[in-house]
Ligand binder design. Sequence first.
Ligand SMILES: Nc1ncnc2c1ncn2[C@@H]1O[C@H](COP(=O)(O)OP(=O)(O)OP(=O)(O)O)[C@@H](O)[C@H]1O
Ligand SMILES: [Mg+2]
Length: 249
Amino acid sequence: MIVIKDVHKVFNRGKANQVNAVNGIKLNITDDEFLVIVGSNGSGKTTLLNLVAGSEFPDIGSISIDSNDVSKLTDYKRSQWIARVFQNPISGTASDLSILDNFRLAAIRTKAKGLSIGINDQFKQQVKEKIATLGMGLENKIEQPMGTLSGGQRQALTLLMSVMDSCKVLLLDEPTAALDPRSADVVMRTADKLITDFKLTAILITHNLKDAYNYGTRIIQMSEGLVLRDLSNSQKSDLKQSDLFDWFG
Ligand SMILES: Nc1ncnc2c1ncn2[C@@H]1O[C@H](COP(=O)(O)OP(=O)(O)OP(=O)(O)O)[C@@H](O)[C@H]1O
Ligand SMILES: [Mg+2]
């Protein structure tokens, strides 16, 4: 369970350009939840995710994960619980290294569960099997440099690498914004499958209202650093896709 308790984040406090990016947010996100966040540009979505990840710290309020108060922990310390995928497919992996070497790095970094770290054939076989589950045929390209893959292929591998460790929480900030529609579709379906398979708590920020409608078990709309709407799974099921568009009317 992630508990966000009355969290505030102000940038440039006391200056002419002061922004109240997160303005007193209170949210409990249960272990089995896949929370989708929508909202206009500048409504505080990324700041909220940064506060959960530990790349920003709250001015007021607290954040806990499984009853551990993480409010003052760095993102590095929080990585034992949290994996994160960004908008840019390039930011998650090393372009010049092969797919296999990228998995080696990930395994070392996260002490990945179910992977025997190393250079041996067993490791290679395990990586191939994991990659095969994506159904993209990439298991035959593991010696190829990451930089030779398409953005969608890269983003799918980044997702896989990020959830292989013992993390419990997956944070996705517009993971498909830089992808063409077909690749975006593959990446979203991959994310959804991994979230289910690994039983992750997930938070997805998206401007794609079709994805917001199709994925997730709860949806919130943010506005000016606050939660404007908060719909449970059953309330979300009653929603029509056009209702979501109307939220932005
Ligand atoms: N490091 C920072 N310094 C100053 N202002 C910031 C900083 N980070 C965010 N802001 C401001 O805080 C507000 C919320 O930004 P945030 O990035 O959280 O919005 P967002 O909802 O993710 O928007 P988008 O949909 O465009 O990604 C914006 O006004 C932004 O300019
Ligand atoms: Mg953002």
